[in-house]
Design a protein around this ligand. Sequence first.
Ligand code: NAD
Length: 495
Amino acid sequence: MADKQWHQRAAALQPDGRAFIGGERVWASSGQRFDNHSPIDARLLGQVARCDAADVDAAVAAARAAFEDRRWAGQAPAARKRILIKFADLIVQHTEELALLETLDMGKPIQYSLSVDLPSVANCIRWYGEAIDKVYDEIAPTAEHSLALITREPVGVVAAIVPWNYPLIITGWKIAPALAAGNSVVLKPSEKSPLSALRLAELALQAGIPPGVFNVVPGYGNEAGAALALHMDVDCIGFTGSTRVGKQILQMAGQSNLKRAWAELGGKSANIVCADCPDLDKAVEAAIGAIYFNQGESCNAPSRLFVEESIKEAFLEKALALVPRFAPGDPLDEATVMGAIVDATQMNSVMGYIDQGKRAGARLLAGGAAARVDSGGYYIAPTLFDQVDSGMTIAREEIFGPVLSVLGFTDLKEAVRQANATPYGLQAGLWTADLSKAVQTARALRAGTVHVNQYDSDDITVPFGGYKQSGNGRDKSLHAFDKYTELKTTWIQIG
Ligand code: NAD
């Protein structure tokens, strides 16, 4: 589609910001709304329901009623499968509409909303739909006079609280396994990107997911989010967001009904390039592509790049030649590869880190400034610091923006020690042609995922999650069912 048409469609759009509770679109019972602006140019997209504890009560009650009468949980897995596949098909049919909402709401380039986010969420929902009638329960090898059945049951009402960086993809990671397993769900999207999830709920209903099974309550974290985390009738919470809020979620779960609490949190991933890297060009492409993709707003972005000193100069020369490719552009232009930062708060936070890097004495080799300032939106030039020290704030804290810190090393063991010297443990990368070195180092890196000689592999079949303060549990793959099911043992006496 021509770029002009994206602009025309954007101008004609009137997004529906009402909540989705019990199968219906409703405003918050208080009547409260908040303005939703696009980071592309700060235009007002519309108003969104500001749900609070009363709306959360209504959504949880709808979800509970749906769970108790088994309108969804009681359907055969094969029936849930058919509906989830239809849901995925509807997402595919509405790709352009959903992609436009995603891009307008959080600023990512339309080409990636179309080619990455939408196919990914549709595939996720299809995959868990396909999986659910292929998952068997167990019989334990007990004595002859007894039968011990080990079965999985849905936990009940699942709350999902998600961030703004991949609004649909992360929503999919939560709702697909939860719904496939037979749970009812109440989703709270980020206040910065609520629109696509609200539309998704309408498509779920259209696909045949019964009313009350999938509800969406937009609103602020300390209002709708906290009300969900504290709710006495929510059985499980699947959270993705910052480590700071993740800690609060776990506290709220303990403070209320000890709901199962799963947290996918922040990261400060290290990418280590050894001098025997088998393909330096590929390593450069991967390092640069992965830090600047999605404006650097990726939990697993390899924001700390450790390069062996003997190849650092050559590496940086190649890297700096690539950086201009990521100059921010109009997100509605299909050629754009880097879009807008999600809002002014995030923009100021990233710019603050850039200033800290400069003040601390890191060598700024690219970017370091705002871009497209005349647009009215929020853009930052892809930024690269060399001569970063592990003690600097830019090397320690999650920036969540297009900022790469390069650190040199001469001793791999010391690089691994520094890579692990962080509260986070989401992902890590390693480039070497030496197989033994690769395996030993991958074992030593304290991260949920280690990439060797690539950084961008991703598949719904593979678990995603972190060590340490990057969270607990795993999204994606069959392991995600562990989060949204209870394991029941039934002992049966025989004879
Ligand atoms: P955030 O923690 O500020 O917000 C996440 C969600 O929690 C939002 O919906 C927000 O409204 C809600 N929230 C905020 N305060 C709350 C409270 N007191 N009670 C309940 N809910 C509350 O995070 P963000 O800025 O939206 O997202 C960026 C963060 O998410 C980064 O740290 C990033 O690394 C992380 N992230 C992690 C993963 C992963 O899989 N590990 C994936 C994507 C993003």
